[in-house]
Design a protein around this ligand. Structure first.
Ligand SMILES: [Zn+2]
Length: 358
């Protein structure tokens, strides 16, 4: 996850996530049952708090009406927990230097080959403040011509001095596990797995990707995995702004957050309908997040700007994980059960998107 631009804006994302949590638990307890569940806040407009609450109630009621549970997609997603952890342990620790990122690309290419896919390296040039780099891409075709492509993405770079186990080792490893899972399963849409470079440097890899008409054509859904390994269950561990109008019922940070662009609610709606052990909280963001730059801190943002349906799946990054961008972001600190369940939710969402042929 890239650094926030302003501290005051940094609070913005958490504010909204927090509100969504509060509303989910407070207004619609039936959606967040004992064994977890899903809830969400959908708003196409950020007016004052009263309007937002009313709108969210309306939207959420509509969501509940249509929330016939998705097929048991979670049961369908088979991920090898031991393999995920082993991959996390064997990822190059330096993914910041040129040499470290090159070594990571070799690691990714081998893992993709092992999964039955062929890796392509797509170099991009520096533009403006953004450095150049190399994205790693692999694709498995769909069975229905014209059904389009589902892009599953995660950035593979890290900041200097941090092993980046959560940021973004977890996203990389989950994407690799899902690439392997879906490599041999025929679906209507094609699956394209993209490991973006230089996310920590102005989202350079995903920005470059969206500058190519050819590469973004046919994209029906973009699912970005960014930090899936932090969960906390001590009071106050999930940070909140002081002026939050509604406090969540939970003082913990043990849910998966999903952010989607408001013009395309389908992806987020699907995420909220996945029932499993992990609570999922969603937020629809209008205007490509331009009013709240903190919602644009990962590789989904350039796709939002390009008007492409995209969601970010995250543990909320530094709002929860105090080891963010430090030497303490190590594998020992990863909440492994949370990570596995978050990866399965991602897989269910990918499965749902891949199954569509429109
Ligand atoms: Zn980061």
């Amino acid at each position: 996850m890239a650094v926030g631009q302003r501290a005051t804006v940094t609070l913005g994302l958490l504010y909204l996530l927090c509100v969504s949590t509060a509303w989910g638990l407070y207004l619609w307890p039936e959606l967040s049952g004992v064994s977890g569940g899903a809830s969400g806040w959908a708003s196409g407009d950020w007016g004052d708090a009263g309007d937002a609450v009313a709108l969210a109630r309306q939207r959420h009621a509509a969501l509940v009406r249509h929330a016939a549970a998705l097929p048991k997609l979670l049961d369908f997603v088979a991920l090898d927990a031991a393999d995920l952890i082993a991959k996390l342990e064997s990822l190059p620790q330096d993914r910041a230097s040129e040499a470290g990122r090159a070594a990571t690309r070799v690691f990714l290419a081998h893992a993709l080959t092992d999964a039955g896919l062929e890796a392509e390296l797509q170099a991009f040039s520096a533009t403006g403040d953004r450095p150049g780099g190399v994205n790693v891409v692999a694709e498995r075709p769909g069975t229905v011509p014209g059904a389009g492509v589902v892009l599953l993405g995660a950035h593979y770079d890290a900041v200097p001095g941090s092993p980046g186990a959560d940021d973004n080792g977890t996203g990389i490893v989950a994407a690799l596990g899902l690439a392997r899972h879906f490599a041999t399963i025929p679906t209507a849409r094609a699956l394209r797995v993209v490991f973006f470079d230089q996310e920590e440097q102005g989202l350079a890899g995903s920005f470059a990707y969206t500058q190519s008409l050819e590469r973004k054509s046919g994209l029906r859904a973009v699912i970005i995995l960014e930090m899936l390994g932090a969960s906390c269950r001590t009071v106050g561990c999930q940070r909140y702004p002081r002026d939050l109008p509604i406090r969540p019922a939970t003082p913990f940070g043990d849910y998966l957050a999903v952010l989607g662009n408001a013009e395309f609610p389908e992806l987020l709606t699907a995420a909220l309908r996945i029932r499993g052990p992990l609570s999922v909280f969603g937020l629809l963001v209008p205007n490509a997040g331009r009013d709240l730059p903190d919602t644009r801190r990962s590789d989904h943002a350039p796709f939002w700007s390009a008007g492409i349906p995209a969601v970010l799946l995250t543990d909320t990054g530094d709002f929860r994980n105090r080891r963010y961008h430090s030497e303490a972001d190590t594998i020992e600190t990863i909440a492994k059960d949370f990570f596995l369940e978050a990866s399965r939710v991602a897989g269910a969402l990918v499965a749902d998107a891949l199954s569509k042929s429109n």
